[in-house]
Ligand binder design. Sequence first.
Ligand code: OAD
Length: 260
Amino acid sequence: MSDESTRAAPADVRLDGGEEAAARLRAARSVLALTGAGVSAESGVPTFRGPEGLWREFRPEHLATPEAFARDPKLVWEWYAWRRESVAACRPNAAHRALAALDAALPSFLLATQNVDGLHALAGSRRMVELHGSLWRLRCTGCGTVADDRRASFPELPPRCPCGALWRPDIVWFGEPLPATALERAFAAAREADVVLVVGTSSLVYPAAALPYTAQSAGAYVIEVNPEPTPLSGHADVSLRGRAALLLPALVGRGAEALP
Ligand code: OAD
């Protein structure tokens, strides 16, 4: 995973076009949705880069890197234990539910999320890849076992696998590759999609940020939903400014009056 912004947004960002976007989505047979932290903002999960984003308070290189974990696994685990505790209190919002409804309605659909909070699954999304892993899975640094784990707390930090080695969060850290199968599924879906819906991501972190461009090159119509402009905004076919929990239900068929 790497954080870079190489594409400048042209000035002529489109802010209208909600009706056309909704019509494209209704007519689509194959949709890829790409989500980021903004989709969970209205559930109370902090984003990474906003004014109150997590990376304002914590330096990523201190916490979300293999080197940080090797240096101080207890510190890294304290941060993840705190994140697990705060996310456990959050519930899916109308945006997560709208994406689950699209999943249920379409013949071909994939949700590629960069989020590790598990809220899409709680909302009922089924055809999904978690590109950056999950807060709710552990991976053993010794034997490699991967385990689901929703415990509210751990008896000791850092926690240990029964084999004796340390568990780490099954999350992609800076400098690490994304899970290959998830990434392949996401790029295959991008090449097949009629419509790509990009929701609540700053579109800065690659390779996830490349998915809409791949889809667009293969002919897809790209819809962005974000209250703020991003490097994708000028390239998307339509960029809708607003909150995901308001605009997504409108886009998938309910509350069309909310569309710009
Ligand atoms: P960011 O925090 O970079 O971006 C969140 C985006 O959500 C911003 O563009 C906001 O404008 C937008 N946003 C905020 N509130 C919103 C709302 N109510 N509705 C819609 N959008 C809203 O988060 P990501 O793009 O997800 O990786 O960041 C990508 C990756 O960087 C994360 O997955 C994380 C981080 O390093 C890992 O932790 C592995």
